[in-house]
Write a protein that binds this ligand. Structure first.
Ligand code: NAD
Length: 433
């Protein structure tokens, strides 16, 4: 590819005639597809999950906060496939496949590897390939560059980069253009092309000096959260031992105008990012012979914080002289985060499991965001919350503080509330959990 062709690639981006292939149409890929289409790009969407492809083709959204009308829009202006031959027609290809863990600790890059394996034969000169999946520093180089370098002269006739995804589920999947977009490239040309492309749809693009800096920055952001949550969870337990409420302490500390950023404790971390991503860097740190102690400690603290809640529940049952077998527990909120339908790594589900093991089997939950079919049959759902329901339970545990809950009713009618979210003042029938 000569300089003229490099200019062509840029020109196609400038006049938005580049066709964009999005591989993986989940929580990251679907909102990105919508944004690109709204910015007048044509897209090809690829997903190995045929059900997702079929839903898009029927204009049906499979993510709660994404509207059917937005799915109809991408359906009108895009094409969707569960095989990869159309990759050859794309100018820009973005990989948004999962990066989970094996055995809860080891990075599982099989989705990225399978993607490269499936698309390699359809790749051609002049294309741009971008990884958006989260992984440890070195992934784009090791898993993509090394596998494509025999086919292309990367940076000259093929362009490669990494761009992190910073969606905050339930908050901004419909306005991702407002989140500054970190971009990086294998070479200067790669960075130039990739940066030019994202600038067409995002309000602010942040250029990173290398792939590895961009990859590390994504993990740094999530580990920063994990560590601060771990720290405040530990402070919660300590404060409780001193009969102090951590939420009141945070409120006072937060009046400092600099040097303090507020994080809230909870019953345990959930979702796809915070419980998973730090392990990617920890794994890498161990490989380098420098195990990152803060990462490990915060993960352990955030995992063990559920035991604090379990101890509270058991000691309360003892106090009110109700056996575990007879105890009736109501859990408010099953999703890992408020105002969301997402139960991935949900602390509520872990709590139910642990209570079952303590022979507390009479547990129900109330969460209007969660449909029954999302759960196995051992978890009982309550469809309406009213006085009669609340009075019926020995302990009501506020796990996820959805805004739609009637907090006055909960406060008035519950016998005992264990509040893990700081919604209620610790007083009368309320304890901190
Ligand atoms: N969800 C978030 O809030 C979030 C935020 C920032 C970054 N990320 C990162 O983005 C990546 C994607 O996360 P997600 O939440 O969108 O995952 P997801 O599970 O919601 O979506 C991934 C999609 O990829 C599809 N897929 C799997 N293998 C495939 C293959 N070989 N070819 C084509 N499609 C394939 C799956 O069927 C699924 O639809 C992960 O690396 C994640 O860590 C996620």
């Amino acid at each position: 590819m000569n300089n003229l062709e490099f200019k062509n690639t840029l020109e196609k981006i400038d006049n938005k005639s580049s066709k964009i292939g999005i591989i993986g149409l989940g929580y990251v890929g679907l909102p990105l597809s919508i944004l690109l289409v709204k910015n007048n790009f044509h897209i090809f969407g690829f997903d190995t999950d045929k059900k997702k492809i079929s839903k898009i083709k029927k204009n049906k959204s499979y993510i709660d906060r994404i509207s059917n009308s937005d799915v109809a829009l991408i359906n009108k202006r895009g094409k969707f496939y569960s095989n990869f031959s159309k990759i050859r027609e794309c100018e820009i290809i973005i990989i948004c496949v999962p990066t989970p863990l094996k055995n809860n600790t080891v990075p599982d890059l099989s989705f990225i590897r399978n993607t490269i394996k499936s698309i390699k034969r359809f790749l051609k000169e002049g294309q741009v390939l971008i990884l958006e999946s989260t992984s440890y520093p070195g992934t784009t180089n090791e898993e993509i560059y090394k596998k494509l370098k025999s086919k292309f002269n990367i940076g000259k006739n093929f362009f490669l980069g990494f761009s992190s995804e910073r969606i905050d589920p339930g908050v901004n999947e419909n306005s991702i253009q407002k989140i500054p977009k970190v971009v990086s490239g294998f070479s200067e040309n790669c960075l130039k092309v990739i940066s030019r492309f994202y600038k067409k749809s995002f309000n602010q693009v942040v250029e990173s000096k290398s792939l590895e800096i961009a990859e590390f920055s994504k993990l740094l952001e999530n580990i920063y959260r994990s560590i601060n949550i771990g720290f405040i969870n530990e402070m919660k337990i300590l404060a409780d031992r001193m009969n102090l409420d951590i939420f009141e302490i945070i409120e006072v500390a937060n009046t400092k105008p600099y040097g303090f950023r507020r994080f809230f404790p909870g019953p345990g971390i959930g979702g796809h990012c915070i419980p998973v991503d730090p392990n990617y860097l920890y794994w890498k740190s161990v490989k380098l012979g420098l195990p990152a102690k803060f990462i490990k400690l915060s993960a352990q603290t955030n995992f063990l914080v559920l035991n604090f809640l379990i101890k509270k529940i058991l000691s309360n049952l003892k106090k009110i002289k109700i056996s575990n077998k007879k105890a009736k527990i109501l859990i408010l909120g099953l999703s890992y985060k408020k105002n969301l339908d997402d139960i991935r790594e949900s602390a509520s589900i872990k709590l139910i499991d642990k209570l079952h093991k303590k022979n507390i089997k009479n547990i129900c939950f109330y969460d209007p965001y969660i449909k029954e079919e999302m759960l196995d049959k051992t978890i009982k759902k309550i469809n309406y919350l009213n006085s009669n329901v609340l009075i019926n339970f020995d302990i009501v545990i506020l796990m996820t503080d959805h805004d739609i809950f009637d907090y006055d009713l909960i406060k008035k009618k519950s016998k005992l509330i264990i509040d893990c979210r700081g919604r209620f003042e610790v007083k009368g029938n309320v304890q901190r959990g």
